[in-house]
Design a protein around this ligand. Structure first.
Ligand code: FRU
Length: 480
């Protein structure tokens, strides 16, 4: 994600868009009938990447996202916002945060949220480049307080550039531990190794009380940067999720995408002896964030990859998608994920599975019972996605798509099947998005796929189950 010149950047601020520009962009996006998803959140126009500031606040789920409104490429990032009470009807708030200060003059980068009392506290990285130092990148971490009316009542610089690390310091993620507020922050050492910083903050995040490096497994020393830290607290244990950059492919299961996402588990904040595991073994998944709504740990990721232009969407003036929200649980040594239960409210009447079932509605939820070895092909005679399990592996093969994506990184992905895994398969299909949950969520694979004619699904080793057509989520534009 290379930065453009300052002049080019300055012209990419949302304020430069006229109401007419916005109307034109929205009209163009609306003409994309084939591949723009109807159940997955994507940008109103322009490009989206990481989910940011996920929180349950004031009876709403807040889903902020990295947004470049002015173009379908990475550039001057803003935060956009979707809000929902039920994950079915959404308010499309559009712009929430734009660059506003010298210390975020090259974009509002990723960050997290936490609720303190009646307030939502947001943290983000101001991607500051100093015009007096040849535009050297010197990121600053910002803190914001939002009231119940979504008004920003405080916006202050919290952490200055830390000269013990390189220009790569970003993605603050707040969490409470033993009653204290902390921030995780991705960073890069002067030796160009990815590091994770743990800041301790005062109550209400008015200042920093301390900072230390989190101990991580040796395997991660290969990464040149650790992006988007996020944490799930499961009773006494912590599950830390990171998006490392620079890990070389290890075997057929690990690190085969441009960038991968890993998790590790520990009883403390020392992860040095934890196993490093994959959280999504698919093709298109990055920078997820976790939050808790009082009942469940939920996760939303970016259903995409850096440095990837997905075919088709750019010509319609939009780019990239978020995953559906997933509910997380830790079972038998694995972090499991399933689509949130609310999704079932979108189901039309069930159809019993049969090989050859019609898929032309393009929004589908498969809930199937499968044999240990099985195979499903979804598409048409010529173009299809193959999903299956054989010889102890789950796999997805997207080599037979109509429009290819990132073929140089391979067209098959694998996940390990355990013989004790539940023989349950969920597949969510949504125009160009697919999320596959093997073994009742013990292994998940996410991908974008591009096939015009989704005619049918044929299968072997399917014991039974239902296939539901799904109705779209609703999006109500609130303001621009
Ligand atoms: C991850 C990331 C973050 C950064 C943001 C910029 O995809 O590179 O590290 O804050 O995207 O959009």
């Amino acid at each position: 994600m290379e930065d453009a010149s300052y002049e080019e950047k300055a012209s990419e601020v949302f304020d430069k868009l006229t109401p007419q520009d916005i109307a034109t962009k929205r009209t163009l996006v609306a003409t994309d009938k084939l591949y723009r998803p109807k159940l997955h959140l994507c940008p109103p126009f322009g490009l989206l990447n990481d989910p940011n500031g996920l929180a349950y606040f004031n009876d709403y789920y807040y889903i902020f996202y990295q947004w470049h409104p002015n173009a379908t490429k990475h550039g001057m990032k803003h935060w956009g916002l979707y809000k929902t009470k039920d994950f079915i009807n959404y308010k499309d708030v559009g712009l929430f945060l734009a660059p506003h200060h010298l210390y975020d003059n090259f974009g509002i980068y990723s960050g997290g949220a936490c609720v303190i009392g009646e307030e939502l506290h947001l943290f983000y990285t101001g991607n500051h480049r100093d015009p007096l130092q040849n535009y050297a990148r010197l990121p600053h971490q910002w803190h914001l307080v939002v009231d119940k009316h979504d008004h920003i009542v405080l916006r202050e610089e919290l952490i200055d550039f830390n000269a013990s690390y390189t220009e790569h310091q970003r993605d603050p993620y707040p969490f409470f531990r033993e009653g204290k507020l902390h921030l995780l922050l991705g960073a890069q050492s002067l030796e160009k190794v990815g590091k994770l910083l743990l800041y301790t903050l005062s109550d209400r995040a008015s200042h920093v009380e301390g900072c230390q490096e989190v101990l991580l497994p040796k395997e991660l020393d290969e990464a040149f940067m650790l992006e988007c830290p996020t944490l799930m607290c499961d009773g006494e244990t912590n599950i830390l999720i990171l998006s490392p950059q620079g890990l070389a492919a290890k075997d057929k299961y690990s690190y085969n995408n441009i960038y991968s996402v890993v998790y590790m588990r520990s009883g403390s904040m020392d992860f040095s002896h934890s196993a490093v595991q994959s959280i999504d073994s698919g093709f298109d998944f990055y920078a997820p964030q976790i939050f808790h709504d009082g009942k469940r740990s939920l996760m939303i990721g970016w259903l995409g990859q850096a440095d990837t232009i997905y075919p088709h969407e750019v010509e319609y003036g939009w780019s990239q998608v978020l995953t559906m929200p997933r509910e997380l649980s830790y079972k038998q040594g694995r972090l499991c994920a399933l689509p949130i239960a609310e999704l079932q409210m979108l189901r039309y009447a069930p159809r019993a599975w049969y090989s050859g079932i019609d898929c032309s509605t393009r929004q589908l939820d498969f809930a199937l019972q499968v044999e240990q070895t099985f195979k499903i092909k979804l598409g048409n005679e010529k173009y299809f996605i193959e999903i299956g399990a054989r010889a102890g592996d789950y796999y997805i093969d997207r080599s037979q798509m109509q429009l290819a994506v990132n073929e140089q990184y391979g067209s098959v992905r694998y996940g390990k099947q355990h013989s004790t895994d539940a023989r349950e398969l969920r597949i969510i299909v949504d125009n160009s998005c697919m999320e596959v949950f093997f073994g009742a969520g013990a292994c998940v694979m996410s991908l974008r796929f591009f096939i015009d004619n989704l005619a049918f699904a044929v299968g072997e080793g399917i014991v039974g189950g239902e296939v539901y057509a799904l109705r779209p989520i609703t999006l109500e534009a609130v303001r621009e």
